[in-house]
Design a protein around this ligand. Structure first.
Ligand code: ADP
Ligand code: TRP
Length: 346
């Protein structure tokens, strides 16, 4: 009990009261981003960039848990940066950077790992899933939540906007921050809150399961032309005949239409479903048009950005510099408190 009362919280509380709230989130560059990623994560990131001191990053260390090919990782990283910038993330209004530009993250992850019971990691949903599938997960995947906790805690983040599937990782993060504070008897880390985005349900893939790159059922944000058409036309539907009425609420095509259409359009299409004489092929064509229109501006912007990769690298360089500076202010007292010897300054 002595410990609790003794925590040196006052300074830190005052500092954080004066600071703007820090909002942080990340996404793995492990493949082309799809519309599930957009509605489940990216759109919120882009919308929230003015609501605090926002940090958004590419979780490329996390990607190493599944990608062991440097060329691929570089390619996916560039893709994700271009996607975010094209869709409206503005580096003047937030700090946008690559996780690997902040070595303090892995430094903190090690320290947190030394306070983490193995049994806590064994409860990790993603790890358990892999084991249940008979796979042999690597240690990186096993300790993934520790690295994610470090990502969040190293900037003294207050709010972490994530999808429902990330809830457990945020709880682990809060737990680990508390463990470190208690172990060293000082509030060295801020305990963040999650911000689960409830407005978007899980976006279904073309086979009706959760859209995910691991199921190869995605429609990528910047798919276009023939490949977009092919994906949309292969969305699975039931076998109700064209002339029969259909239920929009049980249809994968309509579930996607709902994300892109305004209310008027949604109602019009739902009525067509119920009236009969409207086939899934018609609905797919409408969806194809909606997707094409929705991302049209982003698609143009992305093409422009591709021509100016120097600018894109500058964005990450500047973002990385800002993120490192913040991370160092959090890491320094931790190094000192844990008794880690260092003969140089970063
Ligand atoms: P994937 O399943 O394709 O590997 P990730 O696990 O990398 O996608 O997810 C990155 C982010 O996108 C997470 O915040 C997650 O909540 C969100 N997300 C991924 N797929 C979907 C989906 N089908 N519906 C809603 N959100 C999703
Ligand atoms: N695990 C997250 C995902 O798969 C990515 C991520 C890594 C993250 N570190 C984070 C998200 C820190 C929020 C905060 O989507």
């Amino acid at each position: 009990m002595r410990r609790k009362n003794n925590l040196k919280t006052q300074d830190l509380r005052l500092k954080t009261k004066l600071m703007k709230k820090t909002i942080l989130s990340g996404i793995q560059p492990s493949g082309k981003l799809h519309i599930g990623n957009y509605f489940g994560a990216m759109r919120q990131h882009i919308r929230m960039q003015d609501e605090g001191d926002s940090f958004y990053f590419l979780a490329n260390y996390h990607s190493l848990t599944s990608i062991n090919n440097g060329e691929k990782l570089r390619e996916f990283t560039t893709d994700v940066v271009l996607d975010y910038l094209a869709l409206g993330l503005d580096p003047n209004r937030c700090t946008f950077f690559a996780q690997s530009d902040v070595p303090q993250t892995t430094e903190l992850a090690w320290i947190l790992g030394c306070l983490t019971p193995v049994s806590l990691m064994e409860k990790g949903v993603s790890y358990k899933d892999k084991v249940a599938q008979g796979l042999n997960p690597n240690i990186g995947l096993f300790t993934y939540p520790i690295l994610q906790a470090a990502d969040i805690l190293i900037y003294h983040s207050h709010l972490v906007p994530v999808g429902e599937d990330q809830k457990q990782n945020i709880e682990i993060c809060r737990d680990l921050a508390g463990k470190l504070n208690r172990a060293y008897d000082e509030e060295l880390l801020i305990i963040p809150e999650e911000y689960i985005v409830k407005s978007v349900a899980i976006v279904p893939g073309i086979d009706g399961r959760k859209m995910s790159k691991s199921y190869d059922n995605t429609i990528n944000i910047f798919d276009e032309g023939k490949s977009l058409k092919k994906r949309v036309m292969s969305i699975q539907t039931d076998s109700t005949a064209l002339e029969d009425p259909k239920d929009p609420d049980t249809c994968n095509v309509f579930a996607l239409i709902k994300l892109f259409a305004d209310d008027e359009k949604k109602n019009e299409i739902a009525e067509n479903y119920r009236a009969g004489g409207y086939g899934y092929g018609h609905a797919k064509k409408e969806l194809l048009m909606l997707i094409t229109d929705y991302f049209a501006e982003g698609r143009e912007k992305r093409k422009e950005l591709e021509k100016d990769m120097d600018y894109v690298h500058d964005v990450l360089r500047e973002g990385g510099k800002k993120a490192r500076q913040r991370a160092e202010t959090v890491m320094e007292p931790i190094r000192s408190k844990t008794g880690l010897y260092r003969s140089f300054n970063a």
